[in-house]
Design a protein around this ligand. Structure first.
Ligand code: NAD
Length: 442
């Protein structure tokens, strides 16, 4: 029975995962190469915003079931199984940059070499099909001098949604275990049985390549669903009586389709979909396949930004010289993550016109400063952001933005106009508004 777990990479995946394991009968040692991050975590401060994480981190540190380190020696010596959760960003050509996975596996191998007991390595980072069987195993064999069987190896994809990371870790829809051999798979299954107890989620045990493909195919499918509804949204935009929200509701009533991921908006962004969809396209090319569907999914996503700029321009009778308030910068509510945020993409596009942009976000202002610098004005309150502006664009559906009504907009804005890209408002509310207002896809 595994009692001690190591987690390598304490980012949006690794830190919530560490705290979750540490809160349920495991002793966890978490490692990151970013020393500032480690110092923060040791002090009980989370380097990222994720609901409930700050309190859980403080609790597991106090109970001494979690500790953070930057030493691989400590990690391997003090754990029986370790989960690799390092980043897998895109290379300029869209393929996956496996540098951090390689580094982590090399370091683990160095200390595995000196270990006289079985050790399970679980790759949780998203990696292209066959990477576990080829690259990861090869490094482990060569660098540790051991053979599979002396150590265990699995690929076990992560499906959490940022903003709901802990909720998803504690109650996942499914667990996919891609094991290199029976013993590795059984051990990982045991870990999850201990973690979930009586509420064990549906589980699929297969080989690593299937598991790697399941992760990519899931993300590409979800991105396809979003692009599909955005295509319908573009049609609705051009039909006087059509509303994409109602259409989505009707489509979603079909159990075979489902309502989730049918929300029209600025498109899919964030740290996973853009890089994973591009990587999948590239992976297809390596197999000699031209994945035209995936190409279209990307094209539609890009077109949503142009569509929003076109609508903004129409709403204010030409963007030139206008002051625009952008509400919401994180790629979705509940997180401070701005990687590949559609809102930032929209801002970059709007800046090509002679406009002044003021921005607000409840959690991510600081992160955006390092991306947009002095190109925009950063506002701590919604009111400050709206003051004197000509157009308000709702770009992330934070709950607090739902409270904004036409009185507030009229009070603060120079000449109020509203573009609701997240459909926070009902069509009936739009009809009540006495100034130029529009929802994407309506
Ligand atoms: P992240 O960038 O937030 O965190 C990665 C962490 O790994 C960083 O703290 C970094 O300092 C650390 N790191 C880099 N190299 C290291 C090394 N050699 N040794 C130890 N630590 C190292 O990334 P993330 O969002 O947590 O994603 C991690 C992986 O999980 C990626 O493959 C991603 O595609 C996948 N994933 C992410 C999500 C998500 O919602 N963020 C969901 C599912 C899967």
């Amino acid at each position: 029975m595994v009692n001690k777990i190591g987690v390598v990479g304490l980012g949006y995946v690794g830190l919530p995962l560490s705290c979750a394991f540490a809160s349920r009968s495991f002793k966890v040692i978490g490692l990151d190469t970013d020393l500032e991050k480690i110092e923060l975590i040791k002090r009980g401060e989370t380097p990222i915003y994720e609901e409930g994480l700050q309190d859980l981190l403080k609790r597991v540190l106090k109970e001494k079931t979690f500790k953070a380190t930057s030493s691989y020696r400590e990690l391997v010596e003090e754990s029986e199984a370790c989960f690799i959760c390092v980043g897998t960003p895109s290379n300029p050509d869209g393929s996956v940059d496996l540098r951090y996975v390689r580094e982590a596996v090399e370091m683990i191998s160095e200390y595995l070499k000196r270990l006289d007991r079985y050790f399970l390595i679980v790759v949780r980072s998203t990696i292209p099909p066959s990477t576990t069987c080829n690259l990861v195993r090869k490094i482990l064999d060569e660098r540790s001098g051991k053979k599979l069987g002396e150590y265990g190896l699995c690929f076990n994809p992560e499906f959490l949604r940022e903003g709901k990371a802990l909720q998803d870790i504690f109650n996942p829809d499914r667990i996919i275990i891609g094991s290199m051999d029976e013993r590795s798979g059984e051990l990982l299954l045991e870990i999850y049985k201990k973690f979930h107890g009586d509420s064990m989620p549906p589980t699929l045990v297969t080989n690593p390549t299937n598991a790697e493909l399941i992760k990519y195919a899931s993300n590409v499918f979800l991105a396809t669903k979003v692009s599909f509804i955005n295509m319908i949204s573009q049609i609705c935009q051009r039909l006087p009586d059509a509303d994409v929200r109602i259409v989505a509701e009707g489509i979603g009533m079909d159990k075979r389709i489902g309502r989730e991921f049918l929300n029209a908006g600025l498109g899919w962004g964030g740290s996973c979909f853009p890089k994973d969809v591009k990587a999948f396209l590239r992976f297809g090319q390596e197999l000699g396949l031209h994945l035209k569907l995936v190409e279209s999914v990307i094209e539609i996503n890009e077109a949503q930004i142009a569509e929003a700029v076109r609508l903004a321009d129409n709403l204010v009778g030409g963007l030139n010289g206008k002051i625009i308030s952008i509400l919401g910068l994180a790629f979705k509510p509940g997180t401070d993550d701005v990687r590949e945020s559609r809102s930032i993409q929209l801002i970059k596009e709007l800046l090509k016109y002679n406009v002044r942009i003021k921005v607000h976000d409840p959690k991510s202002l600081e992160k955006v400063m390092s991306i947009l610098g002095d190109k925009v004005t950063y506002c701590k309150t919604i009111e400050e952001c709206l003051t004197d502006s000509d157009l308000c664009i709702l770009a992330t559906e934070w709950a607090e933005y739902k409270e904004i009504n036409q009185e507030i907009l009229k009070k603060y804005m120079r000449k109020p106009a509203l573009l609701d890209c997240r459909r926070l408002y009902e069509p009936a509310q739009f009809k009540e508004i006495k100034f130029a207002a529009m929802g994407l896809g309506y």
